[in-house]
Ligand binder design. Sequence first.
Ligand SMILES: [Ca+2]
Ligand SMILES: [Ca+2]
Length: 196
Amino acid sequence: MNGVNASAILSAYDDNPDGKLDLAEFTLVVRDLTEQRAALEPHPPISPRRPQPPLQPPPVDLEQEAAASRLQHEIRAHQAEKHEERAEQQRAAMVVQKNLRGAKGRKKYLDEKDRLVSHYHKLLQKQIQTRFKSYARCFRMIDADNSGSIDPAELKTHLPGMFNLTIPDSVMEDLIKLTDKDGDGEIRFAEFARVF
Ligand SMILES: [Ca+2]
Ligand SMILES: [Ca+2]
């Protein structure tokens, strides 16, 4: 107990001077020392400034807020509209692309078929002219039922067979159309001779 005059404390609190501090006397010592210490404790410094009230958000201008909200809404609506417009344009472009591809594909197919029809047409012409001295003889061979005209079935059946050719159906159909110039469904001799 540095700096504490223990003898002075003893004499001050030893009420029944027996040279000892009993519990009651000691309790008084402790109480007084505690009080003294509390009195000596430095007080917290008093702030020269009053504590600032917490910052309040600026007053809300309801009208301004509503206007901003409306603007936001309009911007979003505009963006959605633009987005939909772009999507629509993309869809249209895709349809155009698809149709173009379809048209190109169709044209390619027709070009290829034309090429084949032309190929078989020339081949048959050459075969007929080489193998038969006259168109009449060839015509009579194809006209299997001797009806005096060739019907499409006769042409389809006999013409390729006579020259051991396999002609695709679609090409054969075109050759028949090409030969049956008047479109009456029968191939007359004049029609046959004109084409082959
Ligand atoms: Ca016939
Ligand atoms: Ca005809």
